[in-house]
Ligand binder design. Sequence first.
Ligand code: F6P
Length: 348
Amino acid sequence: MKLGVLTGGGDCPGLNAVIRAVVRKSMQFGYEIIGIREGWRGLLENKYTPLDRDSVSGILHRGGTILGTSRTNVYKEKDGEARVIKSLKENNIDALVAIGGEDTLGVAAKLFKAGVKVVGVPKTIDNDLNATDYTFGFDTAVNIATEAIDRLHTTAESHNRVIVVEVMGRHAGWIAVHSGMAGGADIILIPEVPFNFEEVCDTLIKRHSRGKNFSIVVISEGAKLQTENTQDPDGSFILSSLNKDSFGHVKLGGIGNILAEEIEKRTGFETRATVLGYLQRGGSPSAYDRVLATRFGVFASELVEKQQWGYMASLKGNDIVAVSLADATGQLKVVDKDLYEVASTFFG
Ligand code: F6P
């Protein structure tokens, strides 16, 4: 068996831990393992690198991905599917482990339908992939955001300021809710629950009137303003650029600054914004993510050994189980209403 491994989409702490686990477990099965560089692009452009025990030594704790990554969408490239199948054949690659989120695994699900032997591993700091309780990378991102909120608390308090913290989360507010709860945020705004400036400002004014002269507001980059227009789901997103990536996603960013300006204008409270951005994605994975990524990688290799093509490693409770790629990519996993309700108990 010659097994190809690729990492696609945005990078994420724990990718190297998965690669290491896939290689080490697959070596026990006697496979030859080949790394495919820069996600699906590597298959279209024949970018390969052999993987063995030495090449994955010392990478468990390292952020990023030794294979590189891209947001290349096979199905947006001319003859993409046929070219991938040809490339696999020409390089004698029997099967693939695709490590990615909704986009990368969506491509894997389509390739599986076209006859490619592929299994998946769920990755994204956003934790919005369906059919798994958690993705690896999320815990690290939440820890980074929580530490940032703790630090922003002390400066907000010293200066009697409102600080708006913008965290990642395009369609789902998991990072905002978890870091906001852990960091004791006074308001948490997420894509699932459109907000308006009046309510946010009312909450801050009431808090002020109780003698609390500082506040922390956590907002997901994909949080939306309430609008009349419910037809266009991207209509009220705040964009940092109009360009779309090859999966059709617009580039978000800037809602935190806009909210901070509105708060200051409407309340008179001195307000600042901090955008955490790529800090949430870079650097070493947490211990939890290293363990989860390792378990996912070993399980993916076992799926290959059992020839369970079209399946993905998934965390359900404390167990790693197999779920179909179709189930994992059919829809996004958004924040649970009950969890947001618990978080909102502490607003104001
Ligand atoms: O990995 C997911 C994510 O972090 C989203 O929250 C964010 O919108 C996106 O990646 C931005 O990534 P990039 O700028 O690399 O496309």
